[in-house]
Design a protein around this ligand. Structure first.
Ligand code: NDP
Length: 449
């Protein structure tokens, strides 16, 4: 609970002015709970209206995205770009195409991105964007026309020194390619650094595709080693979702000795006690773009269950939610705890509800917040921009080694901040405080802007 009087006042005001933005308010509340340990040491922050400015986006762009489907019918979606905070660098954050996208979701993601980008040690501010467009079930031509229409408005708000988008849910290599192509055509310039997650033939970075998932495991491995003197070796692991993040989280987890026994998509989940066969899963998801149910049809001994929440009833040692926000509620967390798990490592952004986080912390499980553990994705996007600037490309191993180093550094700074706050090992506290202090310092130095 937030008891600091200044933060309470700022939050009450936010609630009043953003009452229809529950995800955004949830994200701010969680961060304020941590920051109340440092706010009293800085009375100058209140004088400078720091928290009021920190929680108000610098700019919000909302726009119409008209496009024509394959039958010739005109469709209209809504596009968003929230440029939240540029204190430490140009806005950076992905684009999400999913029917659930609205201003609240994009603001929560943009807000989290400020702290995440700060933790990477790279000079990147926070932003996020997207649309309520659903790429699922659309033809390639429809996805292309939508992306072109989306970029026809977005291009005027972005640039390598202003704002550099990337992928997120529903925006993978195909969508990034169409978006970049349209940007290049409009501005008549090959500005590689304007968007990341590009294909390898036109400025993309090796290991960017794997980076978020690999990074989650590198970070979790640090937590296991340094806090619990343990490892992934021999652990049964649930990785929810089966998109970009989940796929490479599962791969690295297996490489580190864990056994991934369950995965999901938004329709249901599969259980394979022999360990999920990732060749089959990658083929279903990457090549065939099919539902996860197909896995159980093709792999003997595996099972499929309808509905995704049931995945948390499968007994495991480590749960890694890598699908979407609020996918594990208190009931799900209690089930994971009851079944004897030792850790919940977030892979997605805000996948645990506040009730689930409390249950996990009270039960004494290891817990890592997504903003720290999934920061490897945006960090490698930063490395992609560096390669674009110097017009060189690094090998897979070079990028992977840099990613590994960055994740270790993020662990160290989160741990140090948690120690300074008197709660060593509280990674949520450490991530929020370490991420915020750098941004706060830069905002104070730059005056009231
Ligand atoms: P993808 O679109 O590649 O995959 C999302 C996966 O989650 C799909 O399998 C999807 O199923 C599933 N899913 C969506 N909603 C639910 C739900 N409510 N319950 C169960 N499964 C669900 O997205 P990403 O893998 O890129 O992103 C996953 C998470 O990681 C998001 O929170 C994102 O913000 C975060 N993230 C991503 C980064 C990246 O580099 N891509 C970087 C940092 C964070 P279906 O196919 O049926 O929709």
């Amino acid at each position: 609970m937030v008891t600091n009087e200044y933060l309470q006042r700022v939050y009450a005001d936010l609630q009043q002015r953003n009452s229809n933005e529950p995800e955004f308010l949830q994200a701010v509340d969680e961060v304020f709970e941590s920051l109340q340990l440092v706010v009293p040491k800085h009375p100058e922050w209140e004088e400078a209206g720091l928290m009021e400015r920190f929680t108000e986006p610098e700019r919000v762009v909302m726009f119409r995205v008209p496009w024509v489907d394959d039958s010739g019918k005109v469709r209209v979606n809504r596009g968003y770009r929230v440029q939240f905070n540029s204190a430490i660098g140009p806005y950076k954050g992905g684009l999400r195409f999913h029917p659930s996208v609205n201003l609240s979701v994009i603001k929560f993601l943009g807000f989290e991105q400020i702290l995440k980008n700060s933790l990477t040690t790279l000079p990147m501010g926070g932003g996020k964007g997207g649309s309520d467009f659903d790429p699922k079930g659309k033809s390639n031509a429809e996805v292309m026309r939508f992306c072109q229409s989306f970029m026809t408005e977005l291009y005027r708000h972005i640039g390598q020194f202003t704002d550099t988008p990337a992928g997120d849910i529903g925006v993978g290599a195909r969508e990034v390619g169409y978006l970049f192509g349209q940007y290049k055509k409009i501005v008549n310039r090959f500005d590689g650094g304007v968007i990341t997650g590009k294909g390898l033939t036109y400025g993309g970075s090796l290991a960017r595709t794997q980076a978020t998932g690999f990074g989650i495991c590198y970070f979790s491995d640090e937590v296991l080693h340094n806090i619990a003197h343990d490892s992934f070796e021999g652990k049964n692991v649930i990785v929810s979702g089966s998109g970009n993040v989940a796929q490479y989280c599962a791969q690295k987890c297996m490489e580190l000795g864990g056994k991934v026994i369950a995965m999901s998509d938004s329709s249901g989940y599969i259980v394979d006690r022999n360990g999920v066969n990732l060749d089959v899963l990658f083929d279903i998801k990457q090549r065939r773009r099919a539902r996860i149910k197909v896995y159980a049809d093709e792999v003997p001994g595996s099972e499929y269950h309808d509905g995704c929440k049931g995945i948390w009833t499968v007994p495991c040692n480590i749960a890694m939610p890598c699908a979407s926000q609020n996918e594990m509620d208190e009931e799900g967390a209690k089930s994971v705890i009851k079944n004897g798990a030792m850790a919940v490592f977030e892979g997605a952004n805000m996948p645990l509800t506040p009730g689930a986080i409390n249950a996990v912390l009270e039960a004494g499980l290891l817990y890592t917040p997504g903003k720290a553990s999934n920061a490897g994705g945006v960090a490698t996007s930063g490395l992609e921009m560096s390669q674009n600037s110097i017009r060189m490309s690094w090998s897979f191993d070079e990028v992977d080694a840099k990613l590994h180093t960055i994740m270790k550094e993020i662990f160290k700074s989160c741990y140090a901040a948690s120690e300074e706050c008197g709660q060593p090992g509280n990674m949520m506290l450490g991530a929020n405080v370490a991420g915020f202090l750098k941004v706060a310092d830069a905002m104070m130095a730059q005056g009231i802007v």
